[in-house]
Design a protein around this ligand. Sequence first.
Ligand code: NDP
Length: 487
Amino acid sequence: MSETLAPVRRGKLIINGEAVDALSGRTFETRNPATGERITDVAEAGADDVDCAVRAARAAFDGGPWRTMRPAERARLLWRLGDLVLAHADEIARLETLDNGKPIFESRQIDVPMVAGCFHYFSGWATKMAGDTTAVNPAWFTYTLREPLGVLGAILPWNFPMIMVGWKAAPALAAGNTVVIKPAAETPLTAIRIGELALEAGIPPGVFNVVPGRGSVAGEALVRHPLVDKISFTGSTEVGQHIMRTAADTVKKLTLELGGKSPNIVFADADLDAALRGATSAIFYGKGEVCAAGSRLLVEKSIYDDFVSRLAERARKLVPGDPLDPKTRLGALINENQMNHVLGASESGVKEGARLVAGGQRAPVGGRGTFVQATVLADVDNRMRVAQEEIFGPVLSVIPFEGVDDAVAKANDVFYGLASGVWTRDVKKAHLVSRALRAGTVWINMYNFFDPGMPFGGYKGSGFGRDLGAACLDDCTQVKSVWLNLE
Ligand code: NDP
């Protein structure tokens, strides 16, 4: 892990087209979870810095060139930002892996292309958003304008720090909004770097601002700020609920994506080799620190014993390794708290009566780091805490079921409704179960696939509003009705 020692520049705030220190001069450390080493210091935004960023974003929206620029020009600049992300792919991927502990394979091969893909995909939408003309009365000309909301505040989690910049900023900017991004304090580096690249791409000052800092200070200031029109948040249920209450004071629009406890259903008639691979990557990809993780695996009783033993064998082979090694597929959890939470959750499952068939232990790499073994708990009852609460780590709860109705009932019997999976060769069953599942995404014979063109977001306790796809543009715009009397 010697690459950790290669210096990473001190992180600054990006406000009004400049990289600046915090007004207070305060900084905070960001650390590599795989080694515990300090990576660098980062300027820590206080409420005063957030105010400067919001005022810059407001000025750039109200009087600046972004909203009034020809959409084709906006598209060109966003496309350029996507290209710049790709041009710096290795550098950005390394920053992400150092900051988050995820395997470099994921940062470089999946996350970087996704971020660039977001800027490329949504640049195309800049020229294609349109209102309607409506036949109300021949004596009038009635039409709608689709207009940007104004200043959009994005509060990001630590599990996909750079991807979330693409998900939140790209559609908002394409629609003509300006943005203030508050990355998680655990993982500020890639959002800052993309903010710098936005300036290099020629995105005008004040349009793309980044304010790393504490959620309770910088995040709170962003949510309370009267000049912010909307908050787009991804993170924990508790903070999402708090933001919802706070945002009421200024009647802010919200998109909330609050995690999940997603069911992944394997029917006996599935291609079981594919289902086994899918069940494994559904939970262990991203160390299980994935809101959409297939953390509840429902397996039909007739194949249950055999499937569980093959799954356990596969999990035991997935050994955590140095995140900077391109061969590693299981990295370090974000910090010690999260590691202890994950280990505690798996212990609590065993106490509740689940059978531990793989993992369950800390697995330091080179004697250090917040690594946890790929863990499988079998014979889980859907009422247990490990079946109901988001663990956010590499812990899979396996639950047996009998028939379609039992599978659907168990799948839906949970607070969350973010994602789900169905494995079957029966096309009719696949579609009927997809309709019955109360979740924002259903993957059939695949899991954990994302594309800028496909909307993503929650049903039920997983939140509301959408990221990605044409659907998310509705959440970054508003409709104005215009009535013209022709008489
Ligand atoms: P949080 O919800 O605390 O963090 C998400 C973001 O919200 C961070 O940028 C955080 O800032 C910010 N934030 C925290 N408090 C406030 C506030 N009062 N006002 C505005 N913004 C705020 O998640 P945690 O990091 O604590 O993770 C806890 C659990 O949440 C995980 O174990 C997991 O279960 C779930 N989670 C779900 C995610 C998802 O993808 N849906 C992503 C991350 C976590 P900062 O961290 O800088 O203080």
